[in-house]
Design a protein around this ligand. Structure first.
Ligand SMILES: NC(=O)c1ccc[n+]([C@@H]2O[C@H](COP(=O)([O-])OP(=O)(O)OC[C@H]3O[C@@H](n4cnc5c(N)ncnc54)[C@H](OP(=O)(O)O)[C@@H]3O)[C@@H](O)[C@H]2O)c1
Length: 361
């Protein structure tokens, strides 16, 4: 018995060791057995290594594809004019004369409007506050030779907003629709402490506006066989965000909605783009001094919008700003659970900032 145990252990080491521990009469068969076993083990090991190699290669390939697809599309689009100069190049030629922008009186939406006007597009600005709409349209008209129109609606009111917009857009051929309007909590907070009204507003605005406005404008773009829909999502969709649970979930909706629509509309030559910013200095983040200070990772709305508009027509999915792209890349290296833990740490800190600011005001 003892001898056989030694034989089994020896099998794992080497054939010579095996042989020396055996009585002569069985030395030869065991020697054959051990060579056979070793060959089998080597074969199984080869299979396991091949499987690991294949899975690893596929995972790295998928990761690189996901992260560099956008950069490659942008480079391709930048080279296009040299190889296909006959194709339309400006946003105006590619998509049409009019751009409609929601949430256009502040932050990212306002800067999208200014940048599109700089590129010669006429604008329809949609927001809630009439006085701000008048001020922004006047400002843009004084800076650029474009036509403007404004529509004051409250997207939180749901269905009625879209009938009004449809009526007011009659006769305008929309080339670019920027679904920018969005709402966050006043500051990151646990679900039961967020007022019910705020939650209804977030659901109605962040999910309703992007869906229903797109639904109204798509038929026109399909029949014109051109146009672009830009949906402003958020980097917070990259993982569930504790303390911003409703907001980040609505932004995941925007991601899925946009990506599905991109496929649906590709054959009609309608571009659909998802933009997923990280932090940008806007009034949405006013609860946090550390965000509002800005920096390398936190651009102003103007820098952000200029960079994001530059990607329009060049890539279907982008963070919109190069340092946000870096953030996205490194975050994606971490497993989902770790990203959630990091996100939770961040929103805990921001919540405290929000609470202390609320006490001061
Ligand atoms: N800022 C960021 O760090 C950040 C990061 C990722 C994603 N985003 C996304 O980017 C988009 C723009 O955000 P932002 O930071 O630029 O926002 P913002 O500065 O708060 O501006 C919001 C704009 O939307 C309008 N608006 C708000 N509620 C409305 C309603 N119920 N009906 C009609 N218009 C309404 C506001 O008009 P009034 O001025 O009249 O209220 C304003 O023009 C949002 O979708 C947001 O989720 C922002």
């Amino acid at each position: 018995m003892y001898n056989w145990i030694r034989v089994l252990f020896s099998l794992l080491l080497s054939t010579d060791t095996v042989a020396t521990h055996l009585p002569c009469r069985i030395r030869q068969p065991v020697l054959e057995l051990s060579i056979y076993t070793l060959l089998r083990m080597a074969f199984i090991w080869q299979l396991v290594s091949l499987a690991i190699y294949l899975v690893g290669t596929l995972a790295i390939g998928a990761f690189l594809y996901d992260n560099f697809k956008s950069l490659i599309s942008i480079i391709k689009a930048l080279l296009e004019p040299y190889f296909q100069p006959q194709l339309p190049q400006s946003l105006l030629d590619k998509f049409g004369k009019w751009a409609v922008i929601t949430g256009a009186t502040d932050g990212i939406g306002k800067e999208y409007a200014r940048e599109l006007a700089r590129q010669g597009l006429n604008l329809v600005l949609i927001s809630r506050t009439k006085e701000k709409l008048i001020a922004v349209t006047n400002e843009i008209e004084s800076e650029h030779k474009v036509k403007t129109k404004w529509i004051a609606v409250d997207f939180a009111k749901g269905r009625e907003a879209y009938d009004q917009i449809e009526r007011e857009l009659a006769g305008i051929e929309v080339g670019i629709l920027v679904n920018n309007v969005g709402r966050m909590y006043d500051y990151p907070e646990t679900l039961e402490l967020v007022p019910e009204d705020t939650i209804w507003d977030i659901l109605t605005i962040n999910i309703g506006a992007v869906t229903m406005l797109t639904r109204k404008i798509v038929p026109q773009m399909k029949s014109a066989r051109r146009g672009a829909i830009v949906n402003i999502g958020s980097g917070s969709e990259l993982q569930p965000m504790p303390n911003m649970a409703v907001y980040s979930a609505t932004k995941k909706y925007v991601t899925f909605f946009t990506q599905a629509l991109e496929q649906e509309l590709a054959e009609f030559n309608v571009t659909v783009q998802l933009v997923m910013p990280m932090f940008v200095i806007t009034k949405m983040n006013e609860y946090s001094n550390s965000v509002m200070r800005g920096g390398f990772l936190i651009p102003t709305a103007r820098s952000f919008a200029r960079s994001a508009v530059f990607t329009l027509g060049k890539t279907s999915m982008t963070t919109g700003f190069w340092t946000h792209g870096l953030q996205y890349f490194f975050m994606k290296l971490a497993p989902l659970h770790l990203r959630m833990l990091i996100g939770h740490q961040l929103t805990r800190r921001l919540r405290l900032e929000g609470l202390s600011q609320k006490k001061i005001t």
